[in-house]
Design a protein around this ligand. Structure first.
Ligand code: DQA
Length: 145
């Protein structure tokens, strides 16, 4: 099983960016956590980050036929991007939405998630561990073919 992990804008600044909300671990630490969780679960993983909506859409489209599932933290695009929602729906791969912070306890503009409408599961407020939980979900998900 091959899982694509996608991260949206500003997640490259983890550790520096609002550490009270997103923690002190940096993006490299997130990559290391994701890779070691994948190894433990016996799945292949690729992790990418982009600040550009179109790049994220391209990567979702390219996942079709190449990956078995997607873990996505669209960051701010969560709350604005119909394009990311449509791409996730188009490829129809099992997807899990992750947010490091507990977005439901934050500002009103963060209360809508477009991407989440195409995801089987949302994990929020668990810090970087949320990514590990998302990988576990996909790795253990019964095949629905
Ligand atoms: C985030 C929450 C979003 O509202 C925010 O724009 C982010 C990160 C999270 O991981 O908690 O950039 O997706």
């Amino acid at each position: 099983m091959k899982i694509l992990v996608l991260n949206g804008p500003n997640l490259n600044l983890l550790g520096v960016r609002e550490p009270g909300i997103y923690g002190t671990e940096n993006y490299a630490a997130l990559v290391a956590r994701v890779k070691s969780a994948a190894a433990r679960l016996g799945v292949e993983v690729e992790i990418r980050q982009s600040n550009h909506e179109g790049t994220l859409v391209d990567w979702i489209q390219e996942a079709r036929g190449a990956f078995d599932g997607i873990v996505i933290n669209p960051a701010a695009y969560t709350h604005t991007s119909v394009a990311i929602l449509d791409a996730l729906k188009a490829v129809a791969l099992p997807a899990v939405e992750v947010h490091i912070s507990d977005v439901k306890e934050r500002e009103p503009f963060r209360q809508i998630s477009y991407a989440g409408m195409a995801c089987e599961k949302t994990i929020m407020g668990k810090g970087l561990k949320g990514y590990e939980e998302a990988l576990e979900y996909l790795a253990n998900r019964p095949c629905q073919a």
